[in-house]
Design a protein around this ligand. Structure first.
Ligand SMILES: [Zn+2]
Length: 230
């Protein structure tokens, strides 16, 4: 091989190495971190649906199915606050959020109460102290901007989930509700909490206990996350 050819070959290798490395960096920089929170767990069963199944079981199943459904997405990285039936209290969950610093936090729950009549799904999103956000400019402009961004993103995700859930549960949407979530209180992270149905409503309960519905809900939430970042 002539010197000229050698130089060309080395240059070629260097260029492809550089392209590969920058491509990797680019992909890594674009990854969005999603933290799914199957509420309750371990010593805290949440609501009981029957003698064998509690809220903690269904939230975990749905969370694991979401993770599975999004495993092939190159721009998303999924984490769960628990992957088994273990006790994770509110403080632990907050610590996990602080450690993982997700781009989005999604909590899963099952509703209860308001008599047997109440049914359907509800989506909660935090308002990030709207009065403060809308209030006068202060030296903490950056914090305000971040809160604004979190509020807008939370509302946008809540709307997407609502729209998609409406397809599976027509006329079952109880609307979007602005409320601080205990688990993300004092944290500035985009978040929603999905109340998947009512354990106290016989029809909802039957659906929530069915593997089909659990799989459908997981699919809907996975699709919603995908379209949010599309
Ligand atoms: Zn709950």
């Amino acid at each position: 091989m002539s010197d000229k050819k050698k130089i060309l070959l080395i240059m070629g290798i260097l260029i492809s190495l550089f392209t590969f490395a920058s491509g990797e960096l680019y992909a890594a920089g674009k990854k969005k971190i999603i933290l799914i929170d199957p509420a309750h767990g371990g010593k805290d069963p949440g609501l009981k649906l029957n003698k064998d199944v509690s809220e903690k079981d269904i939230t975990l199943t749905v969370a694991l199915l979401i993770k599975q459904a999004l495993a092939g997405e190159n721009n998303l990285e999924l984490y769960l606050t628990r992957e088994s039936d273990k006790t994770v209290d509110l403080k632990d969950r907050k610590e996990i959020i602080k450690k993982i610093k997700p781009d989005f936090f999604i909590s899963l729950h099952i509703n209860g109460g308001f008599g047997k009549e109440a049914s359907g799904f509800e989506i909660y999103y935090p308002g990030f102290n709207e009065d403060v956000v809308k209030g006068k400019k202060t030296t903490q402009d950056n914090t305000l901007q971040l809160k604004n961004k979190c509020r807008n993103e939370s509302l946008r995700m809540a709307k997407i989930i609502q729209e998609n859930m409406n397809v599976l549960f027509p006329r079952k949407g109880r609307g979007l509700r602005k409320a601080d979530l205990a688990v993300t209180e004092d944290l500035t992270v985009p978040a929603v909490s999905v109340e998947m149905g009512f354990a106290t409503n016989p029809e909802d309960k039957k659906k929530l206990l069915s593997v089909n519905t659990q799989t459908e809900i997981a699919k809907i939430l996975a699709e919603s996350i995908k379209s949010f970042y599309r």
